[in-house]
Design a protein around this ligand. Structure first.
Ligand SMILES: NC(=O)c1ccc[n+]([C@@H]2O[C@H](COP(=O)([O-])OP(=O)(O)OC[C@H]3O[C@@H](n4cnc5c(N)ncnc54)[C@H](O)[C@@H]3O)[C@@H](O)[C@H]2O)c1
Length: 429
């Protein structure tokens, strides 16, 4: 059973510890900046020299507050960047935050995680705290850290301290910045949990302690599985509303006035990013290996994967309704990032939609103020600065970035509003 102890922010965070953060990506960089802002010396270690150069030259996708932290940190001696994995040997604590994607068959790709953990184990020293934060299958912390450390003669919770503390960062959403989001921590033993909770208490409003890394690992998988299933359900609602000529957004908003037992999820063109399209597959993959299953989750993930293809079919129908054949049709995709306020196109449904329409012969352009260039199979497209100045046979509203003026769409024919974030989305897929 989890203790559910909520440590206040300043509780017992050890000040001035040296923390190495392995992996300075979308999640690792904000983590490193939060730890630095909490008073720690931080060494950011990344295998990619290009990423390190981007970080040191501020070419990174960060919320304004975190960008400020980076500007401050870069000028200081207690914030360093390095490609050398041996740097972690000097750290009091090591945070591992490397990617955990799936391959095109939805099988977890543990290459980066295995390498990062092996490197951390190789350089671990007695007394060090190792915290895994990458989302992964249940048992990862024991398989990749606790076991290999023991083989090196370092027993977890005695010689070294090991915990899993999943990241919950919500890129592009200032309402859910790390300093406002409680953190789950599960250690390989009580001392590990305590130390990891103390370290992270300076970066989160509260710490929820659970009794094992496995519970913490499963809690992260479950959070994103919950979202995936509900997004798939919202998409089903949208399809039902097309049949019944209702606006799904209005339906969701009405249902959301119920003060209990309902959480609003909105339909859309699919899911993207590094979490929702990937994380539930870690659970499904593990259950399959155990000859078990989670059919509801499986079905939701299949429906989610099929969503961009359904958008392409809907776009084709919409063109046909206007008497236009897909070959040569002028199609605009508005917004290609996987969600508003981010420049991230990883797993974005827009990519599959653009590829699908291009394969039908359509002449597809896009406009996204946060994504200046898009490389699809070697063909580089550039974002159109003034899409309103052109004629289009079809316009797909894919990502509604805050501050983008889409009022010009109101008198345009052939608009498919895929986001359901704005009223009158009746034409949506
Ligand atoms: N992106 C999100 O919104 C989000 C949210 C919560 C949790 N997560 C989880 O956080 C983890 C990291 O995701 P991300 O989006 O930051 O990934 P990312 O791809 O943005 O960044 C990972 C970084 O790790 C580096 N790296 C890879 N292998 C390395 C190694 N062996 N040693 C050192 N550096 C290495 C890469 O060069 C890259 O800079 C994943 O498990 C992800 O599921 C992501």
């Amino acid at each position: 059973m989890g203790e559910g102890v909520d440590l206040p922010q300043q509780a017992t965070a050890p000040r001035c510890a040296t923390v190495a953060v392995i992996g300075l990506g979308y999640v690792g960089l904000p983590t490193a900046l939060s730890l630095h802002a909490a008073g720690h010396t931080v060494v950011g270690v990344d295998v990619s020299g290009r990423r390190l150069a981007d970080v040191s030259e501020l070419r990174v996708d960060l919320a304004p507050a975190q960008r400020e932290l980076l500007v401050t940190a870069l000028g200081r001696e207690d914030f360093r960047l390095s490609r050398d994995p041996a740097e972690v040997a000097d750290a009091d604590a090591v945070i591992i935050c490397v990617p955990t994607p799936v391959d095109r068959h939805h099988v977890p790709d543990l290459t980066a995680l295995s390498a990062a953990c092996a490197s951390a184990v190789e350089h671990a020293r007695p007394g060090q705290l190792l915290v895994l934060t990458s989302t992964s299958y249940v048992g990862t912390t024991r398989d990749l850290l606790v076991g290999p450390l023991s083989e090196r003669g370092l027993e977890a919770d005695t010689d070294v301290f090991v915990a899993f503390a999943p990241e919950r960062i919500d890129p592009g959403n200032p309402a859910h910045s790390p300093d406002r989001t409680p953190r789950v921590v599960g250690g390989a033993g009580p001392r590990s949990t305590q130390l990891a909770a103390s370290l992270l208490a300076g970066t989160a409003p509260s710490i929820h302690r659970v009794d094992s890394p496995e519970t913490a690992e499963m809690s992260k998988l479950w959070e994103n599985t919950f979202r995936a299933v509900n997004i798939a359900l919202a998409n089903e609602l949208a399809d039902a509303c097309v049949e019944l000529t209702l606006d799904p957004r209005e339906v969701v908003e009405a249902a959301a006035t119920k003060p209990y037992g309902f959480l609003p999820f909105y339909p859309g063109p699919g899911v993207g990013g590094h979490c929702i399209p990937c994380d539930p597959h870690y659970l499904l993959w593990q259950l399959k290996a155990l000859r078990s299953a989670a059919p509801l989750v499986d079905s939701a993930m299949s429906a989610i994967a099929a969503r961009p293809g359904a958008v392409v079919r809907r776009a084709r129908e919409a063109l046909a309704e206007r008497g236009v054949t897909p070959a040569g049709a002028r199609v605009l995709v508005l917004g290609v990032a996987y969600k508003p306020a981010v420049a991230d196109v990883r797993e974005s449904p827009a990519l599959e939609i653009i590829d699908g329409l291009s394969a039908l012969g359509a002449d597809v352009a896009y406009s996204d103020p946060l994504v200046p260039e898009l490389d699809r199979a070697g063909a580089v497209r550039r974002s159109l600065a003034a899409p309103e100045d052109h004629d289009w046979d079809l316009i797909l509203v894919h990502t509604d970035h805050p501050g983008t003026d889409l009022s010009w769409l109101s008198d345009r024919p052939g608009v498919l509003e895929l986001t359901h974030r704005r009223p009158a989305a009746a034409g949506a897929a």
